[in-house]
Design a protein. Structure first.
Length: 309
């Protein structure tokens, strides 16, 4: 059975990055022939359809990233007997597909049309040992938007670690679909304004990294922190956590609903409930069960079960 996974081709996009991870894992299935394509037009899709005649198509679709995926296109392939799935990224998703794959592993409205996926983690092993120093490395990354509150990371580190040497490593990149170059410049100044201790230094980088480079960046940190805005409605699950979990290092979050899938770990990793020092000292233990629940094998098994439904 052949199943297409259709993504767009713009790398500096969170939707793309999720679709790429999805495809990389799914194509390892031994039960189904998942075929991953990065396409940018109906004509490209039709070309591959004519060549392979898939029995199902999974679209990593948002209107702004793949506007060529239309209701008429879906209806046409439905008429050819092809079942079509949508990977759901946020609350405003299109409803003209046959079934929906929800990123939230705890999505609680599963039925014959809606399914919860495991998180797509990386199989990561560090290529080198870390050099031990007396400097504490605390990091974060993402597309540089002010709503991700990178300045608040600097503020809490300054408040809780002013007495020791700390390097804050922030890797902030530009987004193709949501221009944010001005945001990044403002974030840097906001961060510097929050650092009053001479012991704390800010290191900010911006080059777009490969997945392995991004994982190496996170692995070098003693703690990774994410402080996204809390949205009034469901806004999807943040993929930054997939990267942070994959390197198995201590992780701290705020109670943004984009991190709701790891809110419940104990001891708490939420800064509202625990100090950064305690979170570091607890290591990866609080997150071990999550990590083991979302292995690539379990992701593949769940996807195969959905396709066979």
């Amino acid at each position: 059975m052949k199943i297409f996974i259709i993504n767009h081709s713009v790398e500096n996009c969170g939707v793309y990055q999720y679709g790429k991870r999805f495809g990389d894992i799914a194509t390892k299935s031994k039960k189904y022939d998942f075929m991953y394509y990065e396409l940018n037009s109906q004509e490209e899709l039709f070309k591959f359809y004519e060549e392979h005649k898939p029995e199902a198509i999974i679209y990593n679709y948002l209107g702004g990233t793949m506007p060529w995926v239309t209701e008429e296109l879906v209806q046409m392939y439905r008429g050819l007997g092809i079942k079509q799935y949508l990977i759901v990224h946020n609350v405003g998703y299109a409803t003209f597909f046959d079934a929906y794959l929800h990123q939230d592993p705890y999505y609680d409205k599963e039925d014959e049309f809606n399914f919860a996926l495991c998180r797509p983690l990386f199989n990561y092993t560090s290529a080198s040992e870390l050099e031990k120093t007396d400097t504490l490395n605390i990091g974060s990354f993402g597309f540089g938007f002010r709503v991700k509150h990178f300045d608040q990371i600097c503020k809490i580190v300054n408040e809780q670690f002013s007495y020791r040497k700390v390097q804050i490593n922030l890797h902030l990149t530009t987004s193709h679909f949501c221009p944010n170059a001005n945001d990044i410049q403002n974030i840097k100044q906001d961060c510097l304004n929050c650092i009053t201790s001479d012991n704390i230094k800010l290191n900010m980088t911006h080059d777009f990294l490969t997945d392995i480079q991004m994982l190496d960046f996170l692995y070098q940190n003693d703690l990774n922190i994410f402080f996204y805005q809390n949205y009034s409605g469901y806004n999807g699950i943040s993929s930054t956590i997939d990267y942070a979990l994959s390197v198995q290092k201590p992780l701290a979050i705020c109670r943004s609903n984009m991190f709701s899938h790891i809110w419940d770990v104990q001891p708490s990793i939420c800064v509202e409930n625990n100090s950064l020092l305690n979170i570091i000292n607890n290591g990866f233990v609080p997150l071990r069960e999550k990590y083991e629940s979302w292995t690539n094998d379990k992701f593949i098994h769940k996807l195969e079960t959905i396709i066979g439904n």
